[in-house]
Design a protein around this ligand. Sequence first.
Ligand SMILES: O=C(O)CCC(=O)C(=O)O
Ligand SMILES: [Fe+2]
Length: 200
Amino acid sequence: MDLFTSQNQNIQLKMPDADVSYFPFFFEKTEADQLFDILKKSIQWQQDDIKVFGKVHKQPRLTALYSSNKNTYTYSNITMQPHVFTDELSKIKKKVDHISSEIFTTCLLNLYRDGQDSNGWHSDNEKELGPEPIIASVSFGEERWFHFKHKTKELKQKLLLQHGSLLIMRGKTQENWLHQLPKSKKIKNPRVNLTFRIIN
Ligand SMILES: O=C(O)CCC(=O)C(=O)O
Ligand SMILES: [Fe+2]
């Protein structure tokens, strides 16, 4: 497979009431390695408190918000103020915009320090994102399982998010499905995830 076809290899997930596509080789290995290193070091990572059933906990991962506008993003009672896109983030955004034919404004980043860090069941359906949110999710570093669960039917799906991959969720995916990134005892290494969103 040459570089072009490999980069654009697109797998459509078999998920009713959803539109999810996966590009396993979106970045080639050397570029993915470089971006992973730079992002771990240069992003202004923060760890927020979240309230679960009235009790305050530290969020089980680090996060950061970057944007081309000044719009904030509120989820789980946290309101994040965006930083200005770095050169690397702008470069990644350009490639994601191109393949998806979208113009993303905002990137919510997650740093999972090891298998003890996670992201619980949710859908990205905040009102800032509009009615059929488009989310483009780029992964670097340790491979982690990503789970989907239908909200009303007995349906599940999972995939391993590889180093340098891209996952795009569109249409009614957030309306009909939840997703999570579970903990894993075996994993000792970090993973960086970038979720591009449109907040106008
Ligand atoms: O880390 C991931 O792959 C998923 C992140 C996610 O679902 C989110 O930030 O909304
Ligand atoms: Fe999400």
